[in-house]
Design a protein. Sequence first.
Lengths: 116, 108
Amino acid sequence: GAGVSQTPSNKVTEKGKYVELRCDPISGHTALYWYRQSLGQGPEFLIYFQGTGAADDSGLPNDRFFAVRPEGSVSTLKIQRTERGDSAVYLCASSWPGGPNTGELFFGEGSRLTVL
Amino acid sequence: GQNIDQPTEMTATEGAIVQINCTYQTSGFNGLFWYQQHAGEAPTFLSYNVLDGLEEKGRFSSFLSRSKGYSYLLLKELQMKDSASYLCAVIGTYKYIFGTGTRLKVLA
């Protein structure tokens, strides 16, 4: 596709369950970011990939959160033992080779996670 | 530490001009971005400043003063469709840090 694609767009789960959120970036974009956005707040940085490796995962809140990008394209954000506080919109963004200093971030529509 | 401040909410009238300010304190600086985000949608790019001065793009302009850690976004000839949140974001080496956003309401 032409833009960043995220699935699912909406996910409702029960406390304690495992969740996977998928991001398919724009073809050719080597930099990929995950952000989390709560209502009325700006996006909060979670993790940054350059190619296949996680260059910075300092924003992951705790060890229940993990993300992979095995082939340098699609990325999956994995959340174990979900808690109600994990409820938010999870945004994925990608940018041109060389990283964001060359230009803008392209965001997906987000995955809205609701933990009951 | 890293801190980006912008007003929470602003209201303006259709056809008017509005200025949204952003101040920042970050450990590194490689540019400042403004994004627009309509409710329930993804942020979309508006502008990028890396050098001091004004960047103009149609009805939107963005200003940067690196020595003051200050930027503003100027929106002219406001339209109802400009009602949205405006996010200020600073980039260090590779990481974008976003402010909480300014919710702009445009009234008829």
